[in-house]
Design a protein around this ligand. Structure first.
Ligand code: KG4
Ligand code: ZN
Length: 337
């Protein structure tokens, strides 16, 4: 039995968890800064790192207490090394290094996106080869995993990430931050009133969302100029249907081409109710491939997922040291594109 303490602070959640054998969560504490960043309409990096500094000790203490363990019983410290906001990452990295030094524990640096992917380990054993659709505020990627802990990005966004596009469209509609969950709810009330251009890319498994975002902006301005009232629910519906149908179709095409045993959803946007539904519907075209969707509590940033990925890194002997620094543009292990 291997017990990892995991720390995540790459953006605006200060998080710590204790995870056993990469699949049993003993504690999972997340302190969100959303209330503060909402005042500014988005994450303010300098503010985020200051709040991490204020909260991280209490979050770590709570995670250890809730797990009913002590630092002596922890086998290693996993932490998010990148990618993310440099100031935010530094706080988690420094906390992990301090604990490792004080308690003589090995360090395991973890790539944030591998955490999102291995969050699916809380639902099921993973089967390889596997495809992951990683959709978050900073990434939209199709990751091909021939084997465990082997990552190859086979599709990516040419411009905005899907979560970023959700947040920007929400801002245009005056819906507040973070826009994704608000748009998800609002789109349920929307009618198919507007038609938006389907995103196009030359490569079949790549994505693009900035043209769609601009089209929403132009639509809203055009309607306003014409003196028409714009129902934000209808716009949210049109944006969501266009963006998600295009993204899911590409994913299903990639699944048909690569023929994995399993496809997993990963990242904050995996919490989107329509995306979860569409994946279930469209994956019926390839019934031999298992679809795994992570539980809501580990779609958005948390440390349990870092513990899940950290355990696999631990098994592969991927240890770090006290010289390690945060890397805001860290690449996934074995990443080639
Ligand atoms: O993974 P995450 O917590 O942080 C990053 O690693 O980026 O993802 C945050 C992103 C934000 O853009 C947020 O708007 C989006 O995930 N998001 C959603 C939903 N819940 C969170 N987007 C669409 N629908 C949702 N229900
Ligand atoms: Zn994330």
């Amino acid at each position: 039995m291997t017990k990892l303490l995991a720390i995540e602070s790459s953006c605006d959640e200060t998080a710590c968890a204790v995870v056993e054998d990469g699949c049993r969560i003993l504690s999972n504490i997340v302190s969100s800064q959303i209330n503060v960043h909402t005042l500014y309409g988005g994450v303010v990096p300098e503010v985020a790192s200051r709040i991490h500094v204020e909260n991280i000790s209490a979050v770590i203490r709570e995670a250890v207490e809730k797990a009913g363990t002590t630092m002596d019983e922890i086998d290693a410290i996993a932490y998010t090394q990148g990618p993310g906001l440099i100031g935010s990452l530094h706080v988690g990295v420094q906390a992990a290094k301090t604990l490792a030094w004080q308690f003589h524990k090995p360090l395991i640096p973890v790539h944030h996106l591998t955490g999102h992917i291995y969050a699916n380990r809380f639902v099921s054993e993973l089967e390889f080869p596997m495809m992951a659709l990683v959709v978050s505020g900073g990434h939209t990627e199709l990751v091909w995993m021939k084997n465990d802990w082997d990552f190859q990005v086979v599709g990516t966004t040419w411009d905005d990430a899907i979560g970023e596009a959700y947040d920007k469209v929400a801002r245009v509609l005056g819906l507040g931050y973070p826009g994704g969950p608000i748009m998800d709810k609002m789109a349920k009330e929307g009618k198919p009133h507007y038609k938006l251009p389907v995103p196009k890319t030359a490569s079949p498994f790549d994505f693009s969302f900035s043209g769609l975002k601009t089209a929403v902006l132009q639509l809203v301005e055009r309607e306003k100029r014409a003196g028409n009232e714009v129902d934000p629910a209808d716009v949210a519906y049109a944006f969501q249907e266009t963006a998600l149908n295009s993204m899911v179709s590409k994913t299903v095409s990639a699944v048909k081409e690569y023929k994995p045993k399993m496809i997993v959803l990963a990242g904050g946007v995996a919490a989107n109710s329509r995306l979860r539904q569409l994946m279930q519907e469209k994956m019926q075209e390839v019934p031999e491939v298992k679809l795994i969707i992570p539980p809501m509590y580990c779609c958005t940033d948390n440390a349990a997922m870092i513990g899940a990925a950290g355990y696999v890194a631990y098994q592969h002997g991927c240890f770090g040291d006290l010289e390690a620094a945060a890397d805001p543009s860290l690449e996934m292990p074995g990443e080639k594109y």
